[in-house]
Design a binder for this molecule. Structure first.
Ligand SMILES: [Zn+2]
Length: 438
């Protein structure tokens, strides 16, 4: 562990004084109050059953800040066609909260209301009735990803109201469903319905490692290797699909090597660079699942490989698919195998020019509020906001509340530092608030 990382961790243990901005008791209580109410509602997906409840709780609060609220439910037909699986149930209720401050520019502020299921290994209750605060951190499913940001937004709006601060932007808040599932989230529906009008987008999903302007696109794939079954004592009378799949995985290594040497313009976070020596985000090719065979003494008739291909913003999905198909065709020809490839594109990549004015504004507000320089970065994970800005063409920055390593989002004991929550409130007030009168 480097000196810098060690210091960072110790800072965390002491209650996260990294950033050195001091703590405010009133703000802490307020933000914890909001966060408690949000975390208590189990919006984990699957199944995603309680969106209506959390939106109903949010509406009067936004109305108290002078916002007009719309409870936007994804129509059942759209949900069925594009998202629904057997494990999902309940209405897909989203919130759109808007306030026109009579100024020239509009910002769309987005994050998701769903969380991943609790999973095992927690040392505190994942959905506590009271917030669990230990050593300067709050614990619970979703505190970092991404309900902490919602609590911070409410606190920031309240602060602005109390201080009589006008907003520099008209504000359009989109708090939506099913981000953690991929496919067709509430935000995708908002984008398709034209509900995201505005000049810029601030995505509060993500971590606070840097101001993220680039993500990789996602393509899931399935490759069926076909064989011919027979008695295992005479394997030469059939074709062993599992053994053939092993051969195919070996052959795909050259595609993987070629793909993963492809670098984006987007820089990695300083932390990622420090850990891995990488400077830029890259494309990715993974084989992540193998399934085949029925019994030890049956030569398997088929074996299915699955995986994902993440492509950098500079790549085009059509070319990505074509390159994959050609690689599979070569393997087919070389080994005389019967192969069936199916590609299913997920969220597209996103890329905003780091020189965009919006990026500079977000970076300045973030750096100032957290007391450290927040770099402009890219990540290799996909976001539904990639889908949204492909439609809207808005400059987008993703900057979240938690730490990519310490918060353990999606894992046991998900947590967020109180100091980070407070810094995030400051960030929002600094970004949105204006002292000038209309
Ligand atoms: Zn998230």
């Amino acid at each position: 562990m480097t000196e810098e990382r060690r210091r960072g961790r110790e800072g965390g243990r002491e209650g996260g004084r990294e950033g050195g901005r001091g703590r405010e008791r009133g703000a802490e209580e307020e933000i914890l109050g909001y966060l408690k109410a949000l975390v208590k509602v189990p919006t984990f997906v699957p199944p995603g059953e309680n969106y209506g409840e959390i939106v109903d709780w949010l509406v009067p609060i936004f109305e108290g800040f002078g916002f007009e609220c719309e409870r936007v439910e994804m129509p059942e037909a759209v949900f069925k066609e594009r998202q629904k699986t057997a494990e999902l149930s309940g209405a897909r209720v989203n919130l759109l909260a808007t306030k026109d401050f009579g100024v020239a520019e509009t910002v769309v502020i987005y994050t998701h209301l769903d969380v991943v299921p609790a999973g095992e290994g927690w040392s505190t209750p994942p959905f506590p009735a009271e917030p669990v605060v230990k050593d300067g951190r709050v614990y619970g499913r979703g505190v970092a990803d991404s309900k902490g940001a919602v609590a911070a937004l409410l606190t920031a709006l309240n602060k602005m109201k109390e201080r009589g601060l006008e907003s520099r932007y008209n504000i359009r808040v989109a708090l939506t469903t099913d981000e953690e599932l991929g496919l067709y989230s509430g935000l995708c529906y908002f984008a398709d319905e034209g509900l995201l009008q505005g000049d810029f987008l601030l995505c509060m999903d993500g971590d606070n490692e840097g101001v993220c302007v680039a993500t990789d696109g996602v393509l899931n794939w399935e490759l069926k290797v076909c064989g011919q079954s027979c008695h295992s004592s005479v394997p030469f009378l059939g074709v062993n699909a599992v053994e053939a799949a092993g051969l195919v995985i070996g052959e795909l290594a050259s595609l993987k090597k070629k793909v993963e040497s492809r670098e984006s313009r987007a820089a990695c976070s300083p932390r990622m660079s420090e850990l891995t020596g990488r400077r830029h985000t890259t494309a990715v090719f993974n084989v992540t699942m193998v399934s085949g065979g029925v019994k030890e003494n049956i030569i398997p008739a088929s074996c299915t490989l699955r995986g994902d291909r993440r492509y950098i913003p500079e790549e085009r999905v059509e070319v990505v698919v074509q390159e994959f198909e050609e690689a599979v065709e070569n393997i087919r020809r070389r080994h005389g195998l019967e192969l069936e490839l199916r590609c299913e594109p997920g969220f597209p990549p996103m890329f905003t020019d780091p020189d965009e004015d919006w990026v500079k504004r977000v970076q300045a507000a973030a750096s100032n509020s957290f007391g450290v320089q927040k770099e402009i970065i890219g990540v290799q994970g996909g976001l539904d906001v990639g889908y949204a800005v492909q439609k809207t063409g808005q400059p987008v920055c993703a900057f979240g509340v938690g730490s990519s390593v310490e918060s353990n989002a999606h894992g046991a004991d998900e947590n967020v530092r109180l100091q980070d929550l407070e810094n995030y409130v400051r960030f929002l007030v600094r970004l949105l608030g204006s002292t000038s009168t209309k």
